[in-house]
Design a protein around this ligand. Structure first.
Ligand SMILES: Nc1nc2c(c(=O)[nH]1)N[C@H]1C(S)=C(S)[C@@H](COP(=O)(O)O)O[C@H]1N2
Ligand SMILES: [Mo]
Length: 154
């Protein structure tokens, strides 16, 4: 790992936290170190100007697993009327259905990214941004993610 990369990873650890709450076995606040310890994946995406970018981060499902959110065979029955409500530092909120996130249901890996093109995400986007690879519009590619809450829809 180049020295510059190691330094930037340390900078993330100092500041970033992610609140996991709601209908999960073990609601908790994750530190950047908790997130950094998860397996990392890369996704290559194309922006609206046709330019390719490589996002690097962890699978959203692996983040939720740390707090015991519904997954796999646990997504059935009444749980199908629950959803993940994500919140950002600017007050933006987005809902994701639980099967969209789960590997048993969905062919895509929604990523909680912390790097783009080898650099830490800029303040406008980071420290964490959700990447929804199969989704053509970036409306749910939430910047500045601060909280993930599993809620009952009705
Ligand atoms: N936190 C946050 N994330 C957000 C938004 C927002 O207002 N706040 N807007 C969304 C919309 S509608 C779009 S089109 C893209 C815009 O991303 P950009 O600013 O990198 O072009 O971010 C998405 N993620
Ligand atoms: Mo948008």
């Amino acid at each position: 790992m180049p020295a510059a990369y190691a330094q930037s990873a340390t900078a993330t650890s100092a500041s970033a936290t992610l609140h996991l709450e709601g209908l999960m076995a073990n609601p908790r606040t994750l530190t950047a170190a908790d997130i950094a310890a998860l397996p990392h994946h890369e996704q290559t995406t194309t922006d609206k100007e046709g330019k390719k970018h490589v996002y690097r981060g962890v699978a959203l499902r692996d983040v939720l697993h740390l707090a015991g959110a519904p997954e796999g065979k646990g997504i059935h029955g009444a749980v199908l009327a629950e959803a993940l409500l994500a919140s950002a530092a600017d007050g933006y909120q987005v809902v994701y259905a639980l099967p969209e996130i789960d590997a048993d249901f969905s062919p895509q890996t929604i990523l909680l990214a912390d790097h783009r093109d080898g650099q830490l995400l800029p303040a406008h986007d980071g420290p964490y941004q959700l990447i929804v690879p199969l989704e053509k519009k970036p409306t749910r590619w939430m910047h500045q993610v601060t909280g993930l809450k599993v809620v009952k829809v009705q």
